[in-house]
Design a protein around this ligand. Structure first.
Ligand SMILES: O=C(O)C(=O)C[C@]1(C(=O)O)C=C[C@@H](O)C=C1
Length: 368
């Protein structure tokens, strides 16, 4: 492809728009060329052994990290990530059509996380519970599932951890999303709000703001932020605490932005599936460990990682659901199970008598 150089210093509106048209033509041509290459990648995968994965989160993470590394210019890097998310999503759709189940209803934070991970070319459907997300993937009705696992204020989502105990699925990815909570309603006037609907954690996260600005207004707990938005859409004088994503979907007006009491809240979600991503260069590994209720055992387990200089990013304990007072530990560490240090630590852990280890997955650290 040879092109005329694009004039970056035009002076009139017509010339500026001519320049934009010329650039759009090139972007369009290049997108089609990229799609042709991706289709050839898809053909190679199709000829590979049965079960060769089409979705390659480690490769996608590398693409995003590489772009971030070369980024410069007026567009924010988040916009670049969003654009490439969609390019990759549409490209993968040429290789294979894949589906994703997420904890619904529509317009929840988990839905937003699923779109952030997979883009909009995937077939997506919601389920009512976390267990159903796992089930849909386990029986093959969805290729992947997205579930919440951690909220930086409320802590861990126990249903998700508990479900891993009896699920054959792997963790294939994580999505981190800053929490933005807004007050929404059909009309945009604070003084007209008579009742506020919200998920219990959203109400909790905004408690100070609500007490200060709307001390007399009744707060009603509902099952999800999406349900709160639905109620606010139907009821006169009702407000809902939701993210901006729900505001668009339910046609509500934002009355107040960022009403969360604590800045920089973050939610973490997991992608579950049957595939095991290859190393991406910056990965995490999650495991589940159970051991005899013996003094010093936890110390020995943690020692296995400390001796090898492996950084643990999270440790969470849960009752085993089998015997009272027996505990399971969920441990996240930096590195991929194929990395030398992590693989040696996992081997040493498995060799400790009285310890059983289940590897839940190695996956790229959140890239965007
Ligand atoms: O590199 C691959 O394996 C591809 O299929 C190409 C591509 C892309 O568009 O760049 C598409 C989907 C994969 O999840 C990763 C990357």
């Amino acid at each position: 492809m040879s092109h005329d150089p694009i004039d970056l210093n035009p002076s009139t509106l017509v010339e500026l728009r001519d320049g934009i048209d010329a650039i759009d033509d090139r972007i369009h041509d290049l997108l089609m060329k990229r799609a042709e290459l991706v289709m050839r990648v898809g053909e190679l995968k199709g000829k590979g052994p049965a079960g060769t994965p089409f979705y390659r989160p480690e490769r996608e993470a590398q693409i995003h990290r590489r772009l971030e590394g070369r980024h410069g210019g007026p567009l924010p890097v988040e916009a670049v990530h969003r654009i490439f998310r969609e390019i990759i999503s549409a490209s993968l759709n040429l290789e294979k059509q894949l589906s994703v189940a997420y904890l619904g209803p529509e317009a929840t934070f988990t839905h937003e996380a699923a779109l952030k991970q997979f883009g909009s070319a995937f077939t997506m459907f919601s389920t009512r519970t976390i267990t159903e997300v796992f089930h849909e993937v386990e029986i093959g009705r969805a290729n992947f599932g997205v579930v919440p696992v951690e909220n930086s204020l409320e802590g861990v989502v126990i249903h998700t951890l508990d479900r891993f105990v009896r699920s054959p699925l792997n963790i294939c990815g994580e999505v981190l999303m800053p929490v933005e909570l807004n007050l929404l309603a059909r009309g945009g006037v604070l003084g007209e709000v008579r009742v506020i609907y919200g998920h219990f954690s959203a109400l909790d996260q905004c408690a100070q703001w609500l007490s200060h600005y709307l001390p007399q207004v009744k707060r009603v707990e509902v099952a999800s932020t999406a349900e709160a938005a639905e109620r606010a859409r139907r009821e006169e004088g009702a407000g809902a605490i939701c993210g901006p994503f729900a505001a668009n979907r339910y046609g509500l007006v934002v009355i107040a932005e960022h009403i969360e009491d604590q800045a920089r809240l973050e939610n973490r979600f997991l992608v579950v599936g049957r595939e095991s991503p290859a190393p991406s260069g910056a990965d995490k590994t999650s495991i589940m460990v159970s051991f005899l209720d013996d003094p010093g055992f936890l110390h020995r387990i943690l020692g296995v990682f400390a001796e090898r200089g492996i950084n643990l990013s999270r440790i969470e304990s849960r009752p085993t659901q089998e015997r009272a007072w027996d505990y399971l530990f969920f441990i996240d560490m930096e590195g991929h199970r194929q990395d030398e240090g992590v693989s040696a630590a996992l081997e040493a852990l498995g060799a400790l008598s009285g310890v059983s280890v289940k590897i839940l997955g190695s996956y790229p650290q959140h890239a965007l």
